[in-house]
Design a protein around this ligand. Sequence first.
Ligand SMILES: O=C(O)CCC(=O)C(=O)O
Ligand SMILES: [Fe+2]
Length: 286
Amino acid sequence: MDPDIKEKGFKIFKNFFDNDEINQAKQIAHKKYFNNQKKDYIDWDDPELWELICNNKIINLLSKVFNGNFYYMHDSAVNIDNLGPNFTWHRDNPCRRIGIGPDWDNNFEYNVFTAIIYLEDTNVTNTSLSVIPKSHKLKFKKSFFHILRFVHYRIKDIKILKVFKKLIEFLISKEIIYEAGDLVLFHCNLLHGGLSRTNRSSKRTALVIRYGGEGVHSENYINYELNYRHGKNKYNFCKNKEKFFLKLKENKIYTSPNVKKKHIEGITIPRFEDQDIVIYGSKLNK
Ligand SMILES: O=C(O)CCC(=O)C(=O)O
Ligand SMILES: [Fe+2]
């Protein structure tokens, strides 16, 4: 695995998407954005999204990152999201509490990744990505940064402690300023979060796709995405999934989404996950 990603947990690839690819992704976001009333559009059924999931440049990049086969984790979205002022970091993997559950089994290197491609500049959206380097490693639990992160989490809604929160952010995290087309690849168990750089919330549009290598971590992720979140429900509404699966197979990134529901020790399921929002797009103040 790329030593930089292995060590810090993330890597930035500047100007990864060209203008055509950026616009293709933005179109998906717009179709979703205007979907709420009619509910007749699902991005997972859209060949435009399949193209992006199987994008040659992404696949070539991942071939270098993974030592061997890798697969689509049946998890992707192009969303216009509202990043609020009560920022704190999160992990994307099922076992979000460090050290608890199979994601933290040190016998198997953690090999599930989030690929996020930003479709607008930080300067335009007033948003950025904050990451805590090395927080994907078990030894992070023993560091002082782990405690500071916990304090930050506990005070995230307390406005008068804003300066203190900013100080913690300054001490333990790295802010990634992006331009449209930049790709950030990170381990799903790295602490990260979308940051609004103003006092109010800010909207940003991004394409997020998850890929994983062989082994238990990918199996665990798919079980989580399909059986505990809304993956399976999404496919229930898709009309063309067989065509999509064929495309994934052609690109050698298909693994079956039909996995039996298994208990995951230490699982965190984000609260307030509304099925309609996940399937048809976010309800924003339009
Ligand atoms: O908004 C961002 O920049 C990060 C998004 C994110 O954390 C996610 O989709 O899991
Ligand atoms: Fe995330």
